[in-house]
Structures are given as structure tokens and as C-alpha cells.
Design a binder for this molecule. Structure first.
Ligand SMILES: [Zn+2]
Length: 377
């Protein structure tokens, strides 16, 4: 008989943790599936709801082989969705489904590991610029990253108007587009504040260990910092240092924003939808963020730490460089693609939660399509 640690029903008293050693469920028949053979069903004695062993698996509700590992390796290797679809002989919707599952699983695992003991370091926050739907809708994705470990802490999203010099035709087109599209006001400040708050929550300032934030000279960032309670009401034992770096400094490893520049370069190189002048750009902001988070979780926990860095023995991953104790990579991958994470059992940052809910709005588009109800269990 299978063993389960909690009841999958979010309303059940045993949802967060079932009593250890007590048989809180009983067998309730079995059923046959073409894809997975015989699946056993169980009944929770507390809430009376039934569930099966499949309820706890990432492939819950899937009728076809999952192929999670293959999708992940192709996604982080820079393949576009259509290239993956052609090579794997499957539809785009199947790929989107697998990326959604990988993204949500990754978000949940990342939020769990963020709560673990880790070392303190300076934090770099910078906006990664790409675009959604068309170049008239640039997206700004602020990413908080450890200055020494290159470990990603959080990422948010906003769309803004196109800036820079435009031809008269481009200017006329943007006027028409912006008149009919709702754009968020103050999105850059809101998204920056979200990732800043996550970073402050992960490593709050302590005595002899100030919170040191490195950013560029963007005025929006300064406005957020100078009105932030943590900055205004800082004391001797609660220091918040704001370190601004001019953009004209050489972008090498001596630059204080090296980690942000490195992260941007890696995303630009490894993600087909963020290549320069790409035709594989995001058609939907929420799907784009799900895809980006899948990449970022892989970067944190599975990608080797900078292999060309010649400073003695290197940590095995960016999470290890951050001082987070993580399982072996094979075990982490198993956790990622097998053990289903439940939304109601995880505590994520507001930006991560928006990505899970696919709540990022695409300019000029109503919604991100159908989201199954079990995603919010
Ligand atoms: Zn129950």
C-alpha cells in the first residue's frame, strides 16, 4: 500500500500535514488507465474525499507520456517552441502544458529552498528588457540575484511604452496602439519593489551585516528605495546600503553589477524567446514568465556554477554557491518532475504567485487561456 504524508483536499484538516503513524486513509478500489495501468484509489477518513496515487504526481490528469526531462533540456538549450514541436513530434499545446507544469513545480521548489539557511551577500537588481507581442510593448523583468553566487532570488514583470528614437511612421503607429491598449502606470516601480521585498525577506539587515543593494542609476529605483520604510527607518543595527553603478562602466567581472549582466547574458543566450531580433518572441506575458522561471530554476539548482571561473574548487551549482544545502542534482530533478507541489501548501512571493496564477497581463490581450482548477488546489 502506498504511503502519503497529507490529504490532497485543501479544505481537509490533514492537508498541511497528516498525523504520522496513523492510517488516516483507506483503500477504495482501483481503476485501469491506458497510459499508466492500474491505479489505486483511497479515501480520506477525515474529509471523506477520495484520491489516487496519481493525485500526488506531477503528471496528474495527463493521458500521454510526460517527457518532462526532454522538454526541459531542449528549453534551456535555446530551442524555440516550434523547433521542439518538430523535433519531438508533438503539438505546441502539449509543450505549453509541460512547461506550465515544470514552471509551477520549479516555483514551489524554489520558494521552499529560499526559506532554508543560506549565506548573506550583496544583492543586485536590474531590469532585463525583452518584449511581448511586438516591439511596441517592451517588457521589463527586474531580477534580484546574489552578487557573488549568481543565485536568482526573485523576478517580476511589467510592460511599458517603447522608448528611444522612432521614425514618424513608428511614432504614428505607437500613438494608435497606446490609445487602444491599457498600460499599467508605475509598473517599473511596482515590479522593482516586489523583488526588493523578497530579497529583504530572505536576508533582512542584521547587526554587523547591512543589506547592500546594487542597482544602476535608474531614477525609478531610487524613488522606490527613498520611500521604502526599511531605508527610511534604518538604524545602526539595521542598515540598508544603496549602491548605484553608472551604466558606462565596463561590463566585466569587476563591475559591481556583474551578476545582473551575467544573468542577462545567459538568458539572452539560452532562451530563444529572448534572443536579439528574435522571431520567437513572447506572444503572451504569463506564458513567457512561466518559461523564464523554468529556466531560472534550472539555472539555480541544476546548471553548474561558472565553469570557466579560475578560482580554485567551484561550487556545484548556484544554489550551492549561495550556501543552500540541496539534494543531489538527480534527486532534485526527480523532485521537480515527479512530486506534485500543491499551491495551497506553498508560501511564495507575490511575483512568484502571479506567475503561478498566470496573472501577468499581455498588452492588448484578454487572458492567458484556460487554467485547470486543480492548479489552485
Ligand atoms: Zn482529507
Amino acid at each position: 500500500m502506498d504511503t502519503f504524508r497529507f490529504c490532497p483536499n485543501p479544505q481537509c484538516e490533514y492537508h498541511q500535514e497528516a498525523p504520522a503513524g496513523e492510517r488516516w486513509y483507506r483503500e477504495k478500489g482501483k481503476y485501469y488507465t491506458k497510459s499508466r495501468g492500474i491505479i489505486k484509489r483511497y479515501l480520506c477518513k477525515a474529509c471523506g474525499k477520495s484520491f489516487s496515487s496519481q493525485t500526488y504526481h506531477t503528471s496528474y490528469f495527463l493521458k500521454k507520456p510526460e517527457r518532462f526531462e526532454e522538454v526541459l533540456s531542449r528549453l534551456v538549450g535555446g530551442e524555440s517552441l516550434r523547433a521542439m514541436s518538430r523535433a519531438m513530434g508533438c503539438s505546441i499545446s502539449l509543450l505549453s502544458n509541460r512547461i506550465d507544469r515544470l514552471g509551477r513545480q520549479g516555483l514551489a521548489l524554489h520558494s521552499r529552498f529560499l526559506k532554508k539557511q543560506q549565506r548573506c551577500e550583496d544583492i543586485c537588481i536590474d531590469g532585463f528588457v525583452s518584449f511581448d507581442r511586438s516591439q511596441y510593448f517592451p517588457s521589463e523583468i527586474p531580477i534580484a540575484v546574489g552578487a557573488d553566487s549568481q543565485f536568482i532570488i526573485d523576478a517580476s514583470h511589467c510592460n511599458r511604452r517603447r522608448s528611444g528614437k522612432q521614425t514618424p511612421e513608428q511614432s504614428a503607429k505607437s500613438k494608435v496602439l497606446y490609445a487602444s491598449t491599457r498600460m499599467e502606470k508605475g509598473g517599473i516601480m511596482r515590479s522593482f519593489r516586489e523583488v526588493l521585498d523578497t530579497a529583504l525577506g530572505v536576508q533582512p539587515p542584521e547587526q554587523y551585516r547591512p543589506f547592500i543593494l546594487r542597482t544602476d542609476e535608474k531614477p525609478d529605483y531610487a524613488r522606490v528605495i527613498y520611500s521604502h520604510p526599511q531605508f527610511i527607518y534604518q538604524t545602526e543595527s539595521n542598515r540598508f546600503v544603496f549602491w548605484r553603478t553608472p551604466s558606462w562602466l565596463p561590463r566585466n567581472h569587476t563591475n559591481p553589477l556583474f551578476s545582473s549582466n551575467y544573468t542577462e547574458r545567459e538568458i539572452r543566450k539560452d532562451q530563444a524567446n529572448h534572443h536579439r531580433e528574435s522571431v520567437c518572441f513572447n506572444r503572451d506575458s504569463a506564458n513567457g514568465m512561466m518559461r523564464l522561471w523554468t529556466y531560472l530554476v534550472w539555472h539555480n539548482y541544476l546548471k553548474p556554477y561558472r565553469i570557466n571561473c579560475k578560482h580554485g574548487k567551484q561550487p556545484t551549482s548556484h544554489a550551492a554557491a549561495r550556501g543552500i544545502s540541496i539534494p543531489f542534482k538527480a534527486d532534485f530533478l526527480k523532485l521537480w518532475v515527479c512530486d506534485r507541489c500543491f499551491f495551497s501548501r506553498e508560501r511564495m512571493s507575490s511575483a512568484m504567485e502571479k506567475t503561478w496564477r498566470k496573472a501577468w497581463e499581455t498588452p492588448g490581450k484578454a487572458n492567458s487561456g484556460f487554467i485547470p482548477r486543480f492548479v489552485f488546489d
